[in-house]
Design a protein around this ligand. Structure first.
Ligand SMILES: *Cc1c(COP(=O)(O)O)cnc(C)c1O
Length: 409
């Protein structure tokens, strides 16, 4: 008799985006004449930049010739890409990360989920509430939690509420976690963590022998020079933090797939007897056993992100999205909403009007303004009464959507 992994039975059904899709499709079916503007899902809308496409094509060309054809590459990624990441993303910002500590992958979603595997199920995990749903769901799948309660919280996870009262930066938990997921700039709140905030977490992890799992998927959107792009800008972080980065939002790779994990040589964890073990060899073992590398043309394309042309083109695309964010922020504020984020991240997070529940606000916006956003409660119970708009959209649509929201009764 085949037995399933019963942890999957604990997962809440009705995942956020399918439910949004269901409601939107039903509305469109009943109102075929209405033009619905979608500002819900966090997917990019601008195409790959020309220099990236050129490198992508060159990679494909090389695969077509006997002299330059490539079969399996190194599982950890080609040295040319790891070196250029170490230089451009870290050394040029004064952070000493070795190319050898970088593992290329096909996405941060997989990486943040897969990382669970090298840590025992006895670990207590702390997760921000609200946040990107992948951290909690993969913690459940791994068997690190109990059942889901009526309030939407899983037994065994330490939830860290992020609300306007604490500026969307959680307090240090009183029950000490072993693994701590942090995501800054944040999805969904669009808020950022200062050096001082991150130092507080690094010191806490050092003191408690915990590990921080730092998701920096949106670092490229940071505009304020004082905000750190990497957790390794904080002293001591190499001993306690794993960093996740992705080309998805940075360079429009959501459909192309390339990301990386940084696990510094200095990072250690413990066995039950209290012996110290470096973490990097464990991830190397997992990665080389279960992954056969990102395709060569994609890695060529990713490396082009760091070329002079590539950097310029990407900065233009990010400026376009951040221009949307500016328009959205000021329009929503002048329409009377309390608005957060949107200055160093492509997400705008608002408090709903009259304390409407997130899904009620979603329906009102869809029916009365024909605009789609994302209910805050879908990212965690503390997101109830909040709503997310994504700046990944066409300018024209952003302007029209904001007009419609301003005219809402
Ligand atoms: C979009 C996103 C990612 C990127 O995931 P990929 O699998 O690399 O496309 C990672 N973390 C967060 C919080 C995100 O919103």
């Amino acid at each position: 008799m085949a037995i399933i992994n019963e942890n999957y039975l604990k997962l809440k059904t009705g995942y956020l985006f399918p439910e949004i899709g269901r409601r939107v499709n039903e509305f469109i079916k009943n109102n075929p004449d209405k033009k619905v503007i979608k500002m819900g899902i966090g997917d990019v809308t601008r195409p790959l930049a020309p220099s990236i496409v050129k490198a992508f094509h060159e990679g494909v060309e090389e695969m077509s010739k006997i002299d330059t054809f490539k079969g399996y590459g190194p599982e950890q990624g080609y040295a040319f890409l790891r070196e250029t990441i170490a230089k451009n993303s870290y050394r040029d910002r004064g952070v000493d990360i070795s190319a050898d500590d970088i593992f290329i992958s096909d996405g941060s979603k997989c990486d943040t989920g897969n990382i669970q595997e090298i840590f025992g199920n006895e670990n207590k995990i702390a997760i921000c509430d609200p946040v990107y749903p992948v951290y909690a769901d993969t913690t459940v799948m791994a068997g690190k939690t109990g059942i889901c309660n009526a309030d939407g919280y899983y037994n065994g996870i330490i939830y860290m509420p992020c609300t306007k009262e604490n500026g969307f930066i959680p307090e240090l938990p009183s029950e000490v976690p072993d693994l701590i997921f942090l995501c800054y700039p944040n999805n969904p709140t669009g808020t950022v963590a200062t050096k001082e905030e991150l130092k507080k977490w690094v010191d806490y992890a050092l003191k408690n022998k915990s590990i921080i799992l730092f998701d920096a998927a949106y670092e490229a959107f940071i505009q304020d020079e004082k905000i750190p792009h990497s957790i390794y800008e904080i002293e001591g972080a190499k001993q306690v933090a794993i960093e996740f980065r992705s080309f998805s939002k940075t360079a429009g790779f959501t459909g192309t797939r390339c990301a990386f994990v940084v696990i510094p040589q200095e990072l250690s964890a413990y066995d039950f007897a209290g012996n110290v073990h470096p973490v990097k060899p464990l991830w190397n073992r997992r990665h080389t056993t279960k992954f056969n590398g990102v395709s060569y043309p994609v890695q060529k394309a990713a490396a082009a992100v760091f070329s002079e042309e590539g950097k310029k083109e990407i900065a233009e695309t990010i400026a376009y999205y951040m221009g949307n964010a500016r328009i959205m922020k000021s329009s929503l504020a002048s329409a009377g909403y309390e608005v957060f984020g949107g200055e160093n991240a492509p997400y705008i997070w608002i408090k709903t009007m009259d304390n409407l529940k997130s899904w009620c606000f979603f329906d009102k916006l869809l029916i009365d303004a024909n605009v789609v956003g994302t209910p805050g409660s879908g990212f965690g119970s503390s997101g109830e009464g909040y709503f997310r708009f994504s700046a990944f959209a066409d300018r024209e649509n952003v302007i029209e959507a904001m007009e419609r929201i301003k005219n809402l009764k």
